[in-house]
Design a protein around this ligand. Structure first.
Ligand code: 17E
Ligand code: FE2
Length: 411
């Protein structure tokens, strides 16, 4: 298969991308606009990019909002309570059905790489066992990483450590954590030491829900970053949410940034989720409740955007469209400056791929997997402005999804 008339990010001119089976075989500059043959694809001067990445979602909880009760306060903590009620009703088939429906929503928006957190604070590990099957059964659609996520704590939940170890033995790819939810500061710290040790021992990646609160005293990020630095594991560690950083004072943050940079860890922000869940204990002035996305980026560190939820106890909306998250995030994080707009797709492509450690399994380069998207606009800025879409998604060298843009008729 050949994709003609492709525009590539950061390069002038039009390109022809030749796929050989499931691999990218060649990327050549075109001297003129080409007319594609029947089996080929025409990008028509629009961007061709590697697939969108969903670096942070909870596929075991999606599509459960209101079951059995709605989150009325809009706080993270009520979300955790409501989820505990729904979790008691979770079955193997229920989890698989909802996860697969959600994966279809992601695929329809050009996502081919997903990292999902799965709640392992359940003595039966029902959701985890279901998601391990989903990972295998959806390989034709996405590459799925499963995080062993201790929603109700590692130290604060009965047999929390054993459940984490069991989840990794069963085949989870990534070690998670939730230090700000542990009962005490000490437990938060010891949970991080435990999970980093488990990751080092098992060779797993790390992605911790870290300081997801407006409490400026929640300072587990420094513990995670220092553990990553000392162990030389920074490239394999992600800190998700870190919303307390939006409430840290600048004196502490300037010291913290030195450590964060040395550690080499990545960051995920879920801007729609955090603008909804945080700021809930404020009247006015009201905090935004997000981490310092622009500042992390300006400091040369790796940061990306995720959806977190689709119709679950924490967030009632969502449709799988990561471009919606990008647009909202750019607004919420004060990133509508021209310099940010013209490379904004980094936040849902290359940066996320780096956080997920995708390495040479990702990117438009010869010899890499023939996974790519044709977008509806010629550059990042226009893609965001026009609220564009992924029009074609190609996976393993074959068309996986085609979207027909809405047409408008005027008389
Ligand atoms: N669990 C949690 O601790 N935080 C979240 N944002 C979600 C689940 C969605
Ligand atoms: Fe999350």
């Amino acid at each position: 298969m050949i994709i003609h008339n492709a525009r590539l990010r950061g390069r002038d001119g039009l390109y022809r991308i030749t796929l050989n089976g499931a691999e990218i075989a060649a990327i050549d500059i075109q001297t003129a606009s080409a007319t594609p043959a029947a089996d080929d694809l025409d990008a028509a001067g629009n961007l061709v990019v590697p697939p969108f990445v969903e670096p942070h979602i909870h596929l075991d909880a999606t599509l459960t909002a209101g079951e059995p009760a709605w989150n009325m306060s809009g706080t993270l903590f009520e979300g955790i309570e409501r989820w505990a009620e729904r979790k008691a009703l979770v079955t193997h088939e229920d989890t698989k059905t909802r996860a697969k429906k959600t994966i279809d929503m992601l695929v329809d928006h050009g996502i081919q790489h997903v990292r999902t957190h799965v709640d392992v604070t359940d003595p039966t590990l029902a959701a985890l066992k279901a998601m391990l099957e989903v990972r295998e059964e959806t390989r034709h659609l996405i590459d799925l990483q499963i995080v062993a996520f201790p929603q109700e704590g590692i130290e604060s939940y009965a047999n929390g450590r054993a459940l984490m170890e069991q989840a990794i033995e069963l085949g989870a790819d990534v070690v998670g954590g939730i230090p700000h939810f542990e009962n005490t500061r000490d437990q938060g710290v010891s949970s991080i030491k435990f999970l980093m040790e488990l990751a080092e021992r098992s060779g797993c990646l790390v992605d911790v829900h870290c300081d997801e609160t407006d409490d400026p005293q929640s300072r587990f990020l420094e513990v995670l970053a220092e553990e990553a630095r000392v162990r030389g594991m920074g490239a394999r560690v992600t800190a998700s949410h870190t919303t307390a950083m939006g409430s840290y004072d600048n004196a502490y943050c300037s010291k913290l940034f030195r450590l964060l940079k040395m550690s080499g860890i990545s960051f995920v922000s879920c801007p729609t989720e955090s603008i909804h869940l945080q700021g809930r204990f404020d009247t006015y002035p009201k905090r935004r409740g997000l981490t310092r996305v622009a500042e992390i980026d300006r400091a040369g560190m790796n940061v990306c955007f995720g959806q977190d939820s689709i119709v679950d106890p924490w967030y009632p909306l969502g449709n799988g469209n990561i471009l919606r998250i990008l647009e909202a995030g750019l607004h919420i994080c004060h990133m509508l400056g021209y310099d940010d707009l013209k490379r904004s797709l980094d936040l849902i492509t290359d940066n996320s791929a780096r956080a997920l450690n995708l390495g040479e399994r990702y990117g438009l380069e010869i010899g890499r997997p023939a996974n790519l998207l044709i977008l509806s606009a010629p550059d990042d800025y226009e893609m965001v402005r026009s609220q564009g879409h992924a029009l074609v998604s190609v996976r393993h060298g074959k068309v996986l999804m085609r979207r027909t843009p809405a047409s408008i008729e005027r008389s």
